[in-house]
Design a protein around this ligand. Structure first.
Ligand SMILES: NC(=O)c1ccc[n+]([C@@H]2O[C@H](COP(=O)([O-])OP(=O)(O)OC[C@H]3O[C@@H](n4cnc5c(N)ncnc54)[C@H](OP(=O)(O)O)[C@@H]3O)[C@@H](O)[C@H]2O)c1
Length: 368
């Protein structure tokens, strides 16, 4: 079924007033078949119109049809949420039990929080890498005796940035052995109000709590496979063992757009040439693009040849922030190959990934 013939599906947003929630609203207000129907946030916001409750930070205005909608508590018994075919969550990790309550109320939840990413029956999906992991939701439903509801997470934003080029390289040159990554992460990644201006202006903060561990662990679940019977995940089934990932994470004074400097070694011990690597990155085709998911970017990886690209300010908006940008591909004299990658941390790094994951679920019959 094409997106023009797909019937409309009502959707709700949890954490609608936050940084990720605002991107959800912007993306979904022009979506071909998802229709904004319910908005939820904390008790501080509940009962107010969306325009009054949110500190809107995007350059486009609040969509007219959303400004007057009344924000409710994040409670699955709210009638409007019960009518939704999909609930997107931009909720803080501190209130992870809310997402579980929505799932147990038989609602389909696409989450951005870290809480369930390591759950053995919850898919951790980067849409341009491993959407087929969605199949495990049937085992999740069986384990909780749910006929319709399930929960899917997307990855930490920096993990999303690196796994797209890593998947392309692994498919072409075989399993990865070692990945060394140093990130330069935007302040919007910390939500609103986030890092104080006195801490971040004219500065680099060489610590983001929990971030390095997320990159080191999530990479293996995403690049791994699902078990026979679709009832769990192999932590990196492509190789004889998990990939050794080592991360350094830094907060830098950029508003949107996380950059990562990555060095990679392959298990084969054979170094591909820089030209071979560039060809593979440029030619990478993601299933969600081939399937015509409406929010998927035309190119999952945009390869830059200019020596000083990618740059967050210049590159993050291409394809509505849904691509990973890769540049500075060169030989590594310690590992095999190195490059720089960048993504919009609030779009592909959060809201856009959830929306494409849900579009894939619609195409594959996981959402009615
Ligand atoms: N920002 C990014 O780049 C990014 C990227 C990937 C993943 N994430 C993840 O996405 C999630 C949201 O991040 P964010 O940056 O959007 O955070 P944020 O700007 O702080 O927004 C948090 C949202 O959660 C709501 N909320 C807070 N406490 C609540 C409660 N007790 N009950 C119901 N709602 C509550 C807030 O509502 P009120 O306005 O009413 O307080 C707000 O809508 C986090 O788990 C984060 O780790 C963020």
């Amino acid at each position: 079924m094409s997106s023009s013939t797909q019937k409309e599906i009502k959707v709700g947003i949890l954490g609608a007033t936050g940084t990720v929630g605002q991107r959800f609203i912007q993306l979904l207000s022009t979506h071909p078949y998802f229709r904004l129907h319910a908005l939820g946030a904390s008790s501080r916001s509940a009962g107010q119109t969306y325009a009054a409750a949110t500190k809107w930070k995007l350059a486009t205005p609040i969509p007219e049809e959303v400004a007057g909608m009344v924000v409710s508590e994040c409670d699955p018994s709210v009638e409007a949420f019960g009518e939704c075919g999909v609930v997107f969550s931009g909720l803080d990790e501190k209130v992870g039990e809310i997402e579980d309550a929505f799932r147990r109320a038989n609602l389909v939840v696409f989450s951005n929080a870290k809480n369930y990413r390591r759950d053995s029956l919850v898919p951790l999906i980067v849409p341009t890498v491993n959407p087929s992991h969605l199949s495990v939701v049937r085992a999740q439903q069986a384990s909780l005796s749910l006929s319709k509801g399930y929960l899917v997470t997307n990855a930490n934003c920096s993990t999303t940035c690196i796994v797209v080029p890593l998947r392309a390289l692994e498919l072409a040159f075989g399993p990865l052995k070692t990945v060394m990554v140093t990130t330069l992460q935007a302040i919007s990644g910390a939500g609103y109000p986030g890092v104080s201006s006195l801490d971040i202006l004219d500065n680099v903060v060489p610590y983001i709590g929990g971030e390095e561990e997320k990159i080191e662990w999530e990479t293996n679940k995403i690049l791994g496979g699902v078990t026979d019977g679709d009832d769990g995940f192999d932590l990196h089934a492509a190789g004889p063992g998990p990939i050794n990932v080592s991360a350094h994470c830094n907060r830098v004074p950029v508003i949107d757009g996380h950059t990562a400097c990555v060095s990679v070694a392959f298990q084969s011990g054979t170094k591909p040439s820089v030209e071979e690597v560039k060809k593979v990155l440029k030619g990478y085709k993601a299933e969600v693009v081939e399937l015509g998911c409406p929010s998927a970017p035309k190119e999952s990886i945009v390869l830059h040849e200019a020596q000083d690209r990618p740059q967050p300010r210049l590159d993050k908006d291409l394809y509505a922030g849904a691509a990973v940008h890769v540049g500075r591909v060169r030989e590594c004299n310690v590992l095999d190959i190195k490059f720089v990658c960048m993504l919009d941390n609030v779009r592909l790094g959060a809201a856009t990934s959830s929306v494409i994951n849900a579009e894939y679920a619609v195409v594959k019959g996981f959402i009615q």
